[in-house]
Design a binder for this molecule. Structure first.
Ligand SMILES: [Zn+2]
Length: 541
């Protein structure tokens, strides 16, 4: 079946700006076979009139967490609440809407919205006392719970703080209901994972697929895949006769057990999974290593201390990191290293250089995740080593930037999220959202990338507007380069002959109307492999 799409404003994301625009394209089944003028377009079985609308290559979210995002989409959204009253009202109505639920989960609350930045169990108990309530903070580094949840988790005044976390307590030593870092993960999240069923995960998968297609995302890269994610997506694929409506690539999470043999066994498992890729829709392409934490909590590893004089040690000591990186590189796996601080990115690049020295020169495309603060020269070193910079415009949203800046508190703040440096150095720059730590919507991400203004709160002025990218560059990094970040740069992410027919149609043209229109722009249709996978409700068409 051949289809020609005529009368559009087609942004091709061709690396050569001279070929960035076309008015027509033709698909043959799953593949684009022609891009150019309407006049020269070949005859086809079917013709679609685009009505002058803007068409882009489908977005690839090059770093996301699919199951967590799907779960978050099923929880009470609290990011927009600006006061305790609004949070309580949202919880009260969610409880009333689902009186049979045995637990209530919310997500995305901001410390600024809670009196004194000090949430307590009593604040939740005032509206929902009868079932356990778990509320994940916007940055997913803390969890706010009520008394029923503390009881369910068995947390009392006698419970010790876990290593790397804190059970916040009041003056009398009683837990207040706020769990920080590993206190959240080892208690609240571990309990949640225990009681989550396959049916829950299947629902999460369906929610996240639907949400991504509706925001024009045709490919995703899960950046911490595990056995539960893999099994859930395999089931989703089976339900659809061996395919998915969105392209899923995944990096297998390898955690530092402190034991080389156990670490290498995880790499071997990833290599085995990469070999037996069940379909082009669902692939394990590499491993993920988390080298440090985040600047907001002073847990990112820095060359120089934070404003308060502290610093953080990397999560992977070099002597444990190197064997893992060498083994993964030798197995042909793509290595993605989470490095937010400049010391962590130094360690990541040292490890990759070491792998090249041990394994020899050959084609490889490794990547570093986040790079929120990287020292001068890092971009150039990455370009030299062919390492992709995987960055998240949504994490630079000015509405959440103040705390970040205060933690560093010096001239380093001026180099936050310095995307143009990677462009200038010639490194591959791939954009993503890291959902659910930030909103997953593609056009809001492009708004921040092309303005450095806030998509969360439009009253907040832009920060570092000098780092805003032209819209065409921003979209190129989120389509063409994001696909290339998992080695797909020669077959998807652009509207070009021979490429996958993964395209989206928009209801407005932010190139003509200016980037500020991105927050009002909607996706009209999402096409993956030549087939329509999402259409906006009729009123938007
Ligand atoms: Zn992530």
């Amino acid at each position: 079946m051949t289809t020609r799409y005529l009368n559009g404003r087609i942004f091709t994301a061709d690396p050569d700006p001279a070929n960035a625009w076309a008015e027509a394209f033709v698909t043959d089944g799953e593949t684009i076979v022609y891009v150019g003028s309407a006049q020269d377009a070949p005859d086809t079985d079917e013709t679609v009139d685009l009505g002058g609308r803007l068409v882009l290559p489908g977005f690839t979210d090059a770093h996301t967490h699919l199951l967590m995002t799907g779960a978050a989409l099923g929880q009470v959204p609290l990011t927009a609440a600006t006061s305790l009253e609004q949070i309580q009202e949202a919880l009260r109505s969610a409880r009333a809407a689902d009186p049979d639920a045995s637990v209530l989960r919310g997500r995305g609350w901001l410390f600024d919205s809670v009196p004194g930045g000090a949430p307590t169990a009593a604040m939740i108990d005032a509206v929902v006392p009868d079932v356990p309530v778990y509320l994940d903070a916007n940055d997913y580094h803390s969890c706010w719970v009520n008394a029923a949840a503390l009881a369910e988790l068995g947390i009392t005044r006698d419970t010790p703080d876990p290593l790397g976390g804190r059970i916040v307590r009041d003056a009398d030593g009683e837990p207040t209901g706020l769990l920080l870092e590993t206190a959240a993960t080892q208690y609240a999240w571990a309990h949640r994972d225990e009681i989550t069923s396959d049916a829950d995960r299947d629902a999460d998968v369906e929610r996240v697929i639907e949400a991504y297609l509706a925001t024009g995302v045709t490919g995703v890269v899960d950046m911490a895949f595990d056995q539960f994610g893999l099994a859930a997506f395999e089931r989703a694929q089976e339900r659809r006769g061996g395919e998915l409506p969105i392209r899923v690539a995944a990096h297998w999470l390898v955690t530092n057990t402190g034991d080389d043999e156990a670490n290498l066994a995880q790499v071997a498992r990833a290599a085995e999974l990469a070999q037996q890729a069940s379909s082009p829709w669902l692939r394990v392409v590499g491993i993920k290593l988390i080298l440090d934490g985040v600047i907001d909590a002073c847990t990112a590893a820095m060359r120089h201390p934070y404003a308060d004089g502290t610093n953080a040690e990397p999560i992977w000591p070099v002597e444990q990191l190197h064997p893992v990186v060498v083994a993964a590189d030798a197995a042909g796996l793509q290595i993605a290293q989470h490095a937010i601080g400049d010391r962590a990115s130094d360690i990541a690049l040292d490890a990759l250089e070491h792998a090249v020295a041990v394994n020899g020169e050959r084609a490889r495309r490794h990547r570093i995740e986040h790079l929120e603060y990287a020292a001068p020269g890092t971009a150039e070193r990455m370009a030299r080593l062919g390492v992709t910079a995987s960055m998240q415009p949504v994490h630079s949203d000015p509405a959440i930037f103040d705390n970040w800046a205060q933690m560093l508190g010096d001239e380093r703040v001026d180099r936050a999220f310095a995307w143009p440096e990677y462009e200038a150095a010639g490194a591959l720059l791939a954009f993503s959202t890291d959902a659910p730590t930030a909103p997953y919507e593609s056009l809001a991400n492009m708004y921040i990338a092309s303005t450095r203004a806030s998509a969360l709160d439009r009253s907040v002025p832009a920060t570092h507007p000098q780092y805003a990218l032209p819209l065409a560059s921003a979209i190129g990094h989120a389509t063409r380069d994001a696909a290339a970040s998992v080695g797909d740069g020669d077959w998807r992410g652009r509207i070009a002959p021979g490429f996958a027919a993964d395209v989206i149609v928009l209801d407005a043209d932010p190139f003509a109307d200016g980037p500020s229109s991105l927050l009002e722009t909607r996706i009209v249709e999402t096409i993956v492999a030549g087939r329509s996978r999402y259409r906006a409700p009729a009123e938007n068409r």
